[in-house]
Write a protein that binds this ligand. Sequence first.
Ligand SMILES: Nc1ncnc2c1ncn2[C@@H]1O[C@H](COP(=O)(O)OP(=O)(O)OP(=O)(O)O)[C@@H](O)[C@H]1O
Ligand SMILES: [Mg+2]
Length: 500
Amino acid sequence: MVVTRVSGRVRSLRARLVVTVLLLFAVACVAIGVATTLSLDRYLSTRQDHELSFSLEGFVAQQTGRAPGRLTEDEGDGTGAPSGDGGRRPGPPDGVFLGPGPSANAIGAVFDDGRVVMARLAQRGGTSTAVSDDDLGALRSVPADTAPHDVTLSLGDYRAIGWTEGTTTYLIAQPDNAGATVTRLVVTELVVLGGAVVLAGIAAAVLVRRELRPLERVAGVAAQVGDLPLDRGEVHLAARVPDPDPRTEVGQVGTALNHMLDNVEGALAARQESETRLRRFVADASHELRTPLTAIRGYAELSRRERDPVPERTTHALARISSQAERMSTLVEDLLLLARLDAGRPLERAEVDLTRLVLDAVGDAHVAGRDHRWFPRLPDEPVTVTGDAHRLAQVVTNLFANARTHTPPGTTVTVSLDRPVPGRVRLRVADDGPGIAPDVLPRVFERFARGAEGRTRAGNDTPSTGLGLAIVAAVVAAHDGTVGVDSAPGRTVFTVDLPV
Ligand SMILES: Nc1ncnc2c1ncn2[C@@H]1O[C@H](COP(=O)(O)OP(=O)(O)OP(=O)(O)O)[C@@H](O)[C@H]1O
Ligand SMILES: [Mg+2]
């Protein structure tokens, strides 16, 4: 469904199109209806009025016994009204006092000084009947100025025309057929055009829905791609708009979207390719560095064990070479491990007894960090997960090393292990040290993120590198787990959640 937001209201494009088409159609219908009605009304009224004046001429001629003559101005608009050139036309036949034409229900009346001389209502077949007094009253009030006037009688709406000669008034009234016809036309138009608008609405809804379906497909593809995780790893943008027709606007949008997806897919593939190459390079470089580093450490060790007297400065230099080579080996190992985890290298999968692992690490920590107090809080029954024992041990070691190296002597470190929910295991390492520096905290799990003290630890043989927590995060992620930290002065807690 294609939806647009208009001034806070959500209205679908489909609904707006249908409404617009319907409005235009309705306006066109009304315009046609009004024009037709007005033109027909004008035509019929003019014709009726001509007939009326012609009838008056016939009526006067019949009543006075004269040949029909012109009583009113002929506007000569081609409606076929008589011009009244007396001699040519025979007078109306006997009994038909209103002249030729559709004169049923016509009324002819003669007044003399307001008194009724004669008044008849013509019937079909040439007969006539009397006119009621009420109607005569209404007819008497019609101005006898040889111009047609509207008058309402008991028989309905009439048009009447009168002519006065001396004190005698001749008057003819005919049913207002023009008005009735126009009224019927208006009713017919309302019914037909109303029906047409309804039908047009249905047709427009169906057509618009059909025409917009390709647009919905385009939106669907865009939404599908929008949901894909594009930020890492190999990405396959398989979704495409099927067979877009480039001759239509929607087809052009579809073609453009497909083209864009091709482009994005190419760019992502290139990014992935270069990332893979870089990772492989780091892994290869780390791997290659291990051997010479081992050799350096070995030779330094060998030289230090030399029995012959060695100058003190040389001994110191050899000790430094040893320790720095050791540090570099650790760094290289860390880099290699990260590169392998990044590459998605499968981990070993075995049952790992976390309780045992934590207990061993606490034992080691006791030895390494004598001036810290270590409190393991472990459940009685062993807690196990499936994973890589080696890597998980590294997670625990790194967290313990941080609790030891980034806190002052006398700090209490509490290690707990529990199952918060079935199927998950939670490891917590908490210390009451000074906490993680606020500028480091938000990116503490990033590579080479470390506090200022770690970088400049004066006189420290092994200044920190900032890879410890990055490795923790990578190993935990490789086990489909999560790691988080909560830190404030006096309380720093690392929480590792792992699936069983
Ligand atoms: N328990 C903690 N208390 C205070 N600060 C901590 C603690 N754990 C980590 N930090 C801070 O987080 C930074 C990053 O830790 P991380 O383990 O990633 O790197 P590192 O310990 O500096 O170096 P490495 O572990 O590679 O030797 C540390 O430099 C330190 O500033
Ligand atoms: Mg560390």
